[in-house]
Design a protein around this ligand. Structure first.
Ligand code: DGT
Ligand code: MG
Length: 396
């Protein structure tokens, strides 16, 4: 007897921004495998391959139930030959040989450990590996000169590789909110990134700040950072200037559309006191209930055996602050809520299907040669001819 519901083919639209992807994933074994291959490609600076695996994983995340057979996948978008081979291997043998050998490879393990340091990207890690540096001990012993970010990253390695809980995010949110309103009364702060999508843990905490009166947000970031610094909340910070406005005056285009905002990358010192100060004490956990997601890796974490981890009264947390003028707020909110693949797909949809350019600042219609204004995410989806997808369903 054939169970028809098991062989019935799935069907999903091809752009992730046309789909509703909740955190309820019925195919975690398959999506974890494809995500690992995506990560490995990204760490090897093969971005095209990385995106292909991310898209394939995202299609599986959108399925209403577990994949039981290859025939169900017929006609699904974004599943290339390579991804299908990986899926088939797992369905038939319980594991993918390619994924398993990648996980075991010295190069992948070294790339994971080294890029686990805040401030270290794939290129730097690759250079170090070619110089024979594969772990933190070797980095410290034979070490190349580290920049300020990398020094801070190494110093807080353990903390920064622990997942951040929602209650930690809320505790930090209360501090940042207090700082924001004391340096600029009337300013607003919104939690963005994965936590806005309903994730229970994250690798950092992201906040977007604006003021309802256009222009009042100018100069806010330095004041905010000074306030936080004077209160001892920042272990590290680097603020980038708002080159978006500057680019209007001069010919120089910003290096990438990723860093035009006034933005602050920081390492926040979250003390037990701040944790206790949150409105939801019942959800507090000491050092977080979860174990770090190191992909099953045995990381070389015990840099200093004399300082047992987890016994200091604070932890370091990566915090990103973004300031946006109110006229760009909806675009910033949409652009910084993620997921990264959802954002990428929105921009691809805009460009390929609508001849529009979407960024975290604006939406430009190439056919009408004009900017399309929006004061809410809903309006942006409408401009793009897409059904509105709420944050909790953007987990592609
Ligand atoms: P997480 O933190 O690992 O739990 O996951 P997310 O989804 O919070 O990812 P994260 O914190 O790296 O970034 C949040 C969103 O912000 C992400 O979906 C894409 C966007 N984003 C990240 N970096 C930049 C940037 O430099 N510029 C712009 N415009 N957007 C960015
Ligand atoms: Mg985040």
């Amino acid at each position: 007897l054939v169970n028809l519901s098991e062989v019935a083919a799935f069907s999903v639209p091809s752009y992730a921004c046309q789909r509703r992807t909740t955190l309820e994933n019925h195919n975690t074994v398959l999506t974890d495998a494809l995500s690992l291959l995506a990560e490995n490609a990204e760490l090897s600076e093969e971005d095209g391959r990385g995106v292909a695996f991310r898209r394939a994983a995202a299609v599986l995340k959108a399925l209403p139930k577990p994949v039981a057979s290859m025939t169900q996948l017929r006609g699904l978008p974004c599943l290339g030959e390579h991804s299908l081979r990986v899926i088939k291997d797992i369905l038939e043998n319980g594991a993918s040989s390619e994924v398993e050998s990648t996980k075991q490879s010295e190069r992948y393990k070294a790339l994971k450990v080294l890029t686990g340091i805040f401030g270290v990207g794939a290129r730097t890690a690759d250079r170090w590996i070619r110089d024979g540096i594969h772990n933190l001990r070797q980095l410290q012993d034979s070490g190349p000169t580290l920049n300020r970010a990398q020094q801070a990253g190494l110093e807080h390695y353990d903390d920064l590789n622990q997942p951040v809980s929602k209650s930690d995010a809320d505790a930090i949110g209360e501090v940042v909110e207090k700082a924001v309103v004391s340096v600029l009364p009337g300013a607003h702060m919104t939690l963005i990134g994965g936590f806005r999508r309903g994730k229970l843990t994250g690798h950092d905490v992201d906040f977007l700040i604006t003021h309802p009166e256009e222009g009042r947000e100018v100069g806010l970031m330095p004041k905010l950072v000074s306030w936080l610094e004077s209160q001892g909340f920042l272990l590290y910070q680097k603020t980038t200037r708002n080159s978006y406005l500057e680019s209007k005056d001069g010919p120089a285009r910003p290096a990438s559309n990723m860093d035009r905002f006034e933005r602050c990358f920081s390492i926040f010192k979250l003390t037990k006191e701040e944790k206790r100060g949150t409105k939801h004490p019942e959800t507090l956990t000491e050092n977080g209930a979860q174990t770090p997601d190191n992909g099953g890796l045995d990381l070389d974490l015990d840099l200093d055996q004399t300082k047992p981890a987890g016994h200091k009264p604070w932890r370091a947390v990566r915090v990103d602050l973004v300031v946006s003028p109110i006229s760009q707020f909806a675009f910033a909110l949409l652009g910084w809520t993620g997921s990264k693949l959802f954002e990428r797909e929105l921009r691809r949809w805009a460009g390929h299907e609508k001849s529009m350019s979407l960024s975290s600042h604006a939406l430009y219609d190439n056919r009408q040669s004009k900017y399309l204004r929006a004061t809410s995410e809903e309006e942006i989806f409408a401009h793009l001819g897409l059904e509105f997808v709420p944050p909790s369903e953007r987990n592609a």
